[in-house]
Design a protein around this ligand. Structure first.
Ligand SMILES: C[S@@+](CC[C@H](N)C(=O)[O-])C[C@H]1O[C@@H](n2cnc3c(N)ncnc32)[C@H](O)[C@@H]1O
Length: 260
């Protein structure tokens, strides 16, 4: 069960539905006969029960309950099958990276871009990376404001990557890479920025400590690193509690650490 807990919610939800379906099929094979709606209800109840066991949050549990009814309603509906495939592909392209990595797509405000800009080191040649750049707002803004710097965005979702890539096309000093942020070597950057979720923050911190150079800055939009206080917290416009948390990286006996 502890291994399952580490799975992304989407996979745990699919597993709950699949196991519930297997149980329903087994009961039908044993000779049980119910009206169609009762089978659907049974599927929903079993899926919810399993989802609770897999520690899915209330939103996912609601989806587990609703899904069998939705499928039942659409079963005989005159919808061409390719619509489902197209919908699935569109959702996977936009949100696929987020579902698997548990980091959803949402965007920093223009105010956050401006305050991020103020955190760039002075002078030409600054190197900035946005880990999970979404539609590329921060990278495009900074690259335009600092033509002499280098600005990299890395994004796992193909559709978001494509939007960011298009947005940064006019900026020769910006690069948008389709890929996994955990594969980016952070040692060459003055400012490393991430707007992720609470889930990966401890892992991000371990990576930053291993790779970031002395004098560089790590900035997290809104999410804290457990057990490691930032040196600065800068409120920004946007959702409630939106802020930039700033860690100044310095060398210590154990490696690169935040300065006190
Ligand atoms: C909250 S959005 C932030 C967008 C942008 N950085 C901003 O501040 O406006 C987080 C993005 O990180 C992407 N992401 C999550 N995990 C990733 C990974 N392992 N590698 C690359 N991108 C990832 C998601 O697809 C999503 O687009």
């Amino acid at each position: 069960m502890s291994l399952l807990r580490r799975w992304p919610p989407i996979l745990r939800a699919l597993l709950a539905q699949a196991l519930a379906f297997a149980a329903v099929v087994a009961l039908a094979r044993l000779g049980l006969r119910f009206p169609g709606l009762v089978w659907v209800l049974l599927q929903a109840v079993l899926a919810v029960y399993l989802a609770r066991g897999f520690e899915l949050n209330p939103r996912w549990i609601l989806i587990q309950a609703a899904l069998p009814f939705l499928v039942w309603l659409l079963w005989g509906a005159p919808v061409p099958p390719w619509i489902y495939l197209a919908l699935f592909l569109a959702l996977a392209l936009v949100f696929g990276g987020g579902l698997l990595t548990r980091v959803p797509l949402y965007h920093a405000s223009r105010d956050a871009w401006a305050k991020l800009e103020a955190l760039l080191p002075e002078g030409p040649g600054q190197r900035f990376v946005d880990l999970g750049c979404g539609f590329g707002g921060p990278v495009a803004h900074l690259a335009k404001a600092h033509p002499e710097g280098f600005f990299l965005g890395v994004e796992a979702s193909p559709f978001s990557w494509f939007v960011a890539w298009l947005r940064c096309l006019p900026r020769p000093n910006a690069t948008i890479r389709l890929g996994n942020l955990w594969r980016v070597d952070l040692s060459g950057f003055d400012l490393v920025y991430a707007f992720l979720s609470p889930v990966p923050m401890s892992t991000l911190w371990a990576k930053a400590v291993r790779e970031m150079k002395p004098g560089s800055r790590l900035v997290s939009h809104s999410f804290e690193i457990p057990g490691t206080a930032p040196q600065r917290v800068i409120p920004v416009a946007g959702r409630d509690g939106a802020r930039l948390l700033v860690w100044e990286m310095e060398r210590s006996a154990e490696g690169y650490q935040p300065s006190k």
